[in-house]
Design a protein around this ligand. Structure first.
Ligand code: RNT
Ligand code: ZN
Length: 417
């Protein structure tokens, strides 16, 4: 167990070190308290959901690994999420997919979903002081195929338009109930496995479907749209590419979702922040970790993720970004994955908040090597002492003390599933 007085002592030293650079760590701790992740419900069960008629995961995404103990029903999933939340400092939102409705053993097709299927989630969220976000679900369904909202077959298109409209209406009610906008993400897997020649037509369909879906204006939900470079089994062409959605979002004043796994391997998602925020109102993040492809590995405090959060803070865009997570690793203890990934995203944000403003000033003054020197120093300033203090203040295990809690939960709960 990490000794509490050691955490306090280290924090005092860190506070002084940062103060020398004009950074007020107490203020940063407050900022971090107001930083809310939107935890994705789908890490707990490998994107299965609770549809009675659920088939295998398809639609360009895949979860790998067979670690025992995944949540098999809504009660187990809720218990796992609450356990994860108890090990992550701060208060965080929960991001639901439509397939996680409380269907009560009934077959409810995607074009039949209603608010009542999410009422128990709304009640649960209220009881647990958690705000909800939402996602329409186009994947893993007999009508998914490789094209949904962009399908040339009008009947299929209409099916998914109806689904997505219903999801927006549900999001609106969630937003009303929680007195805070519910953010609904729209990602469809549409694409082609092999060389194809009707790209213009598919994209025209997608555009028209979106226009129809977004025709209803709501006050308590916000839409965000997520592009992608390719999906598994849909490697050759993606209808909803980054360009497509960036243009759509800019033209229609929609939020854009940046999923860190959805770009070419050497392309920087972080560099998009200051570019697209000139033209779109807000951003949603899907923080993930691509390893060679959009593999959705657990988020770590690695360079690309750090860079992403630095870019947000440097752009002064803290309140224009929403912080969703989107990894799903079934190869390790899923609770461990939640806790490590969430804490890693927080640490990235913390380090960005701790960056001395003087560096930006130096750059404007043309002080090149001084900028470089400070950026180097920042890497080793005692930010970890500030994070430990944050955990202590929030009454959650400091440092790797959470391992014992997860192991105990595994022994008592998940291993018995
Ligand atoms: C898929 C997208 C999408 C999904 C979730 C489950 O490539 O990233 O956001 O991961 O909606
Ligand atoms: Zn995503």
């Amino acid at each position: 167990m990490v000794n509490e007085s050691l955490v306090l002592k280290a924090y005092e030293v860190a506070k002084e070190r940062y103060a020398a650079y004009g950074v007020d760590t107490d203020k940063v701790l407050e900022q971090l308290q107001n930083f809310h992740l939107s935890m994705h419900c789908w890490q707990a069960d490998d994107v299965n959901g609770f549809e009675v008629q659920a088939g295998d995961l398809s639609g360009g995404i895949q979860s790998t690994g067979n670690y025992p103990g995944k949540a098999r029903n809504i009660d187990e999933l809720r218990a796992d999420i609450l356990k994860a939340k108890s090990l992550i400092p701060g208060n965080h939102r929960l991001n639901l997919h439509e397939i996680y409705g409380d269907f009560q053993g009934q077959v409810v097709d995607r074009d039949e979903v209603e608010l009542k299927h999410f009422q128990s989630w709304i009640d649960w969220a209220k009881e647990n002081d958690t705000k909800l976000d939402f996602n329409s679900s186009s994947f893993a369904h007999p009508k998914s195929g490789s094209l949904s909202l962009s399908n040339p077959d009008k009947a299929i298109r209409d099916f998914w338009i109806e689904h997505t409209k219903r999801c927006r209406a549900i999001s609106e009610e969630i937003g009303k109930a929680q007195n805070d906008p519910c953010i609904m993400n729209l990602w469809v897997h549409d694409g082609c496995k092999d060389n194809s020649v009707n790209h213009y037509i598919y994209r025209e369909h997608l555009k028209n479907s979106l226009d129809e879906i977004f025709a209803t204006k709501y006050d308590n939900m916000k839409d965000c749209i997520e592009g992608k470079v390719f999906g598994i089994g849909l490697e050759s062409f993606t209808v909803g590419s980054h360009d497509f959605y960036t243009a759509y979002a800019a033209k229609n004043n929609k939020m854009l979702t940046i999923d860190t796994g959805h770009y070419h391997p050497t392309e920087s998602p972080a560099d998009k922040v200051s570019a697209v925020l000139q033209f779109v109102p807000e951003l949603m993040l899907h923080v993930s970790r691509p390893v060679r492809w959009d593999s959705d590995h657990v988020t770590l405090m690695d360079d690309p993720t750090l860079e992403l959060f630095y870019e947000i803070v440097r752009a002064g865009a803290l309140d224009r970004v929403h912080y969703g997570l989107d990894f799903f690793d079934g190869a390790i203890n899923r609770l461990g994955a939640y806790v490590i990934g969430s804490r890693a995203a927080q640490k990235c944000m913390l380090r960005a908040l701790l960056e001395p403003a003087i560096i930006r000033q130096y750059e404007l003054e043309g002080k090149g090597y001084q900028v470089m020197a400070l950026l180097e120093e920042c890497k080793a300033l005692p930010w970890a002492a500030v994070y430990d203090m944050f955990c202590l203040k929030n009454n959650v295990p400091v440092a790797d003390d959470f391992i014992a809690c997860i192991d105990a939960y595994e022994k008592e709960v998940t291993s018995k599933r």
